[in-house]
Design a protein around this ligand. Structure first.
Ligand code: ZN
Length: 165
C-alpha cells in the first residue's frame, strides 16, 4: 500500500464530475487500498477518487465501523435535515456548519462486484453525501449560504496567495 498526495482546493480535478468505473479489477482494488491508507494517515473518515487525482466515480470510507468502498455510487433517496460541523481533507483546517439531509439511501457496487444498497443516517449518511458531492465535482463550500461562501472564498484566496499558489 502507498499513500497519495491529497489534492486541495484550487486543483481543477476537484471541480470536474467523474466518469463511471467500467471494470472492477486489481488496479481498482489497489487504488482502494491506497486511498484507505491515505485517508487513515490524513486522518479522515472518507476519501473520493478525485481527491487523489483520479476522475472516476469511486470512494472509500470508515466512520468507525470498519473500511468500506463504493463503486459508481448514487444517492437514490434523502430525507430530513441535519446541520453538522463539516470539514474536508481537500479544504484543510476549515470547518463549517452545513445543512444536509439527515437520512440518505445510497446504491452502488462493492469491490467484490456485489450490489450495495445502504440506508444511512448520522455520520455515515453525512459521509456518503459529502463523498458523492466530490464525485459530482462539488466541494462543501458550494453547500454554504451565500454570505458564508463569500467569507470562505476570501479565506481560501488569501491562503492561496500566502502559499504562493
Ligand atoms: Zn471532502
Amino acid at each position: 500500500m502507498a499513500t497519495h498526495p491529497i489534492r486541495v482546493f484550487g486543483d481543477p480535478v476537484l471541480r470536474q464530475p467523474t466518469l463511471d468505473v467500467g471494470v472492477i479489477d486489481d488496479a481498482l482494488r489497489q487504488l482502494a487500498d491506497d486511498m484507505l491508507e491515505t485517508m487513515y494517515a490524513a486522518p479522515g473518515v472518507g476519501l473520493a477518487a478525485p481527491q487523489v487525482g483520479v476522475q472516476r466515480r469511486f470512494f472509500v470510507y470508515d466512520v468507525g465501523d470498519g473500511p468500506g468502498a463504493v463503486v459508481n455510487p448514487r444517492i437514490v433517496g434523502a430525507s430530513g435535515e441535519w446541520t453538522y460541523l463539516e470539514g474536508c481533507l481537500s479544504v484543510p483546517d476549515l470547518h463549517w456548519e452545513i445543512v444536509r439531509p439527515a437520512r440518505v439511501h445510497l446504491v452502488g457496487v462493492g469491490l467484490d462486484g456485489d450490489e450495495i444498497d445502504i440506508e444511512a443516517d448520522d455520520l455515515l449518511g453525512r459521509c456518503f453525501l459529502h463523498e458523492v458531492d466530490h464525485l459530482d465535482g462539488k466541494l462543501l463550500i458550494s453547500r454554504l449560504a451565500p454570505d458564508d461562501r463569500k467569507d470562505a472564498m476570501r479565506i481560501l484566496r488569501q491562503r492561496a496567495l500566502s502559499d504562493g499558489r
